[in-house]
Every structure is written in structure tokens, then in C-alpha cells.
Write a protein that binds this ligand. Structure first.
Ligand code: COI
Length: 369
């Protein structure tokens, strides 16, 4: 969908303005010193699907609590999928999205896996256009900030029987946000999880569904108690192959410049940042190999100096260096524990494109305003 088409389609959204939007002073105060995911704009977008009527009632309404029947299926059977993408304020004041179609398509794939109605891509794009237009003042301009967009689908069927919902709501909320991890580009530590798995063959690992993230919280709490920031999961079938972190894909850089990342195998999320990073690395003449990576290969590679950098990436986390890894039977420092050159360069290149500081030769950016 072109930018003009998204603008025209956005007109299909009925606008109910927030009668009590934040004043310019309140907004300025709330946009100051932004953290991730704590502030929300004045409006949200919404489209409803029913089995009889299809997708209907496209609207932008005041941001606020949802009225929901306690028997709504999402509350019982976790019929929920979501996305995360960002709108970036460029130096000239314009606002741009990064590869939004990729998120819209992934939302459809996630919905399919959870037997939820698939939102048409045009509605996805138009909802973003409509919301970002009405809440454009909320797109922050401080370094490293953006308007984080959270589209999601929930089953709102009022029925306790277990079946695909006959009513689904699509909602889009927007959160002016700062970095996911505080304190600049600081390496994170990761706990390699042996007891719990994120996904199993034939499971929901490739879907961006809330349940995957809910199941990651107990291991995350336990890792934090052991002094680690994040958790890296291994495959459920053999217990020895890397999959991904709770909310990020993982990469390892070898001393010869080859970059390894787990292959998309149905268990891990097809990250939009992941595929962009692969493209950027290849265009820096680095060889990227997508394949199974065993934990022993990673651990021994870090110990021997064959693996010199490890990083994680995702929309919220961008590209985040890993400085230390540990588990029940080992503890290693990656390189000298500081962010590596490949990690820093790809992060810089990616954010330069996202913030309009470098030409977008890939056709990734979509102007909204
Ligand atoms: C994102 O990176 O956008 C995600 O959805 C991950 C979430 C844990 C913040």
C-alpha cells in the first residue's frame, strides 16, 4: 500500500476525539525523560470482526479502559496476538515507520496460528496512519526515542466453550518511548535456560502471541535472582540448540567475521529487526549463516576466542550487545565484555536509516506525516 493509499484508507476510520486530551504542558512533561512503554497517547484505533459481518466499525476513539465481558474468550483461553513497531521523528519534523507491512503480515500469520480472524493489511496500515496522524504531537524527538506502536488482536467472544472466537477486536495503542534497556548501549548478561523451553516443535514459537511471553516470565524472574538480565532458550527437542531470548533474536560474530544466527525453524519468531540486520550485515560484506547453533559451539567458541561478539535484536531492544553468559555449569565473558565493533556498526547503520540520518536504499521506510 502506498503512503497516499494509506492516507485515503485512514479516512475510513471514524474519529471520536478525546474530549480531555493532555494539554501541551502535560504532554511536554510526559514526553520528558521517556522510558519504554509507560506513556500512552490520547487515542487508540479499533476495528471489530464478527463471524457474520467480517471486519467492520473502523474507528479512532479516546484512549482508555476497555469494557469487556468477563466471559470474553481472551480472558480464559489467551486468544491474543500482538505486534510492535515504531514511528520515528526525523530531524525535519516528518514521521516515518520502519517496514510496517512486515509487521502487518506477521500479525496475520500469528492470527492464523491462533485461529483468530486475520486483519487485512490495508486496515493495519490505515489504522496506523489514522492514529499517528491524530496523535502526531506525541511522536517524540529526543535522541533514541520513538512512538512505539502496539497493534493487537483479542478474542472477545462471550462464550466459555473452547473454539475460535466469533468476535475479535483489533486495537492499536501508541506509547512514546525511550530505550528498552536503560543506560545507553550497555551489554546485557544472559542466562541460558536448561529447565524451561520457550517453544516446542509444532507449538506456537513462531507466533507473536501473549502466551509465549507470559511463559517466559518465571525463567526471567529466576534469571534475575541469579544476577542475569535476560534468558536465552534452547530447543525443546534436544535441549542443546539455541533458539531465542524472551523477546529478541540472537546473533554470534566469529573472529573471521562470519555471523551466525539460528535458522527460522517454526519455533522462533521471524524478527523484522532480525531480517533487517542480516541484510545490513551482508551489505557490509559479512557472511551471515542461518543454521542450528549448539550451546557447546557457542560456549566453546566464546571461551576459545572463535566467537568474539554476541548480540540480541528486536524492535524494542534494537541491537543490544551481550557481555556475559552463564548457566548451571558455565559462566563466560564475551570478548572483553564490552560492545563489539560489528554489533555497534550494525546498530548504528540500522538506526541511521530509521531516523533518516542515512539514505534508505532498501525502501524500508514509510512516511506517515
Ligand atoms: C518488541 O520488540 O517490539 C516486542 O514486542 C518485544 C517485547 C518484549 C517488548
Amino acid at each position: 500500500m502506498t503512503e497516499t493509499a494509506a492516507s485515503t484508507a485512514a479516512e475510513a476510520f471514524r474519529i471520536e476525539r478525546n474530549p480531555n486530551p493532555a494539554t501541551p504542558e502535560e504532554r511536554a512533561q510526559r514526553l520528558h525523560d521517556l522510558k519504554f512503554g509507560m506513556q500512552f497517547t490520547d487515542h487508540m484505533a479499533r476495528v471489530t470482526w464478527t463471524a457474520d459481518g467480517g471486519w467492520q466499525d473502523r474507528r479512532v476513539e479516546p484512549y482508555g479502559p476497555l469494557q469487556m465481558d468477563p466471559a470474553s474468550s481472551v480472558l480464559h483461553y489467551a486468544q491474543e496476538v500482538f505486534e510492535g513497531l515504531k514511528a520515528y521523528r526525523w530531524a525535519d519534523g516528518s514521521v516515518h515507520l520502519f517496514r510496517p507491512e512486515a509487521n502487518g503480515e506477521r500479525l496475520q500469520r500469528s492470527a492464523r496460528r491462533m485461529a483468530l480472524a486475520e486483519l487485512p493489511l490495508d486496515d493495519f496500515m490505515a489504522s496506523i496512519q489514522a492514529l499517528v496522524e491524530i496523535d502526531s504531537e506525541w511522536v517524540p524527538d529526543a535522541p533514541e526515542t520513538s512512538l512505539y506502536l502496539r497493534p493487537f488482536l483479542i478474542g472477545t467472544d462471550v462464550f466459555l466453550g473452547l473454539r475460535p472466537p466469533k468476535k475479535v477486536d483489533y486495537l492499536l495503542i501508541a506509547s512514546p518511548s525511550g530505550p528498552y534497556f536503560h543506560g545507553g548501549i550497555k551489554p546485557v548478561s544472559i542466562w541460558v535456560e536448561r529447565d524451561y523451553h520457550r517453544a516446542g516443535p509444532g507449538g506456537t514459537g513462531a507466533a507473536k502471541c501473549g502466551g509465549n511471553y507470559a511463559a517466559s516470565l518465571l525463567p526471567q524472574v529466576q534469571a534475575a535472582e541469579r544476577g542475569y538480565d535476560q534468558v536465552l532458550y534452547l530447543d525443546a527437542a534436544t535441549g542443546g540448540v539455541l533458539e531465542e531470548l524472551g523477546g529478541m533474536n540472537v546473533f554470534a560474530v566469529r573472529a573471521d567475521g562470519t555471523v551466525l544466527t539460528p535458522i527460522i525453524n517454526g519455533n522462533i519468531l521471524e524478527g523484522v529487526t532480525r531480517s533487517s540486520v542480516i541484510q545490513l550485515l551482508e551489505d557490509q560484506q559479512l557472511k551471515v549463516v542461518e543454521r542450528d547453533i549448539t550451546l557447546s559451539e557457542l560456549k566453546e567458541g566464546v571461551e576459545s576466542g572463535d566467537i568474539v561478539e554476541v548480540f540480541a535484536c528486536g524492535t524494542a531492544a534494537i541491537v543490544t550487545p551481550v557481555g556475559r553468559m552463564g548457566s548451571t555449569d558455565f559462566e563466560v565473558t564475551v570478548g572483553d565484555g564490552q560492545p563489539g565493533a560489528v554489533t555497534l556498526a550494525v546498530r548504528q547503520r540500522l538506526t541511521d536509516i530509521q531516523y533518516g540520518r542515512a539514505e534508505d536504499t532498501y525502501g524500508w521506510m514509510r512516511q506517515v506525516i
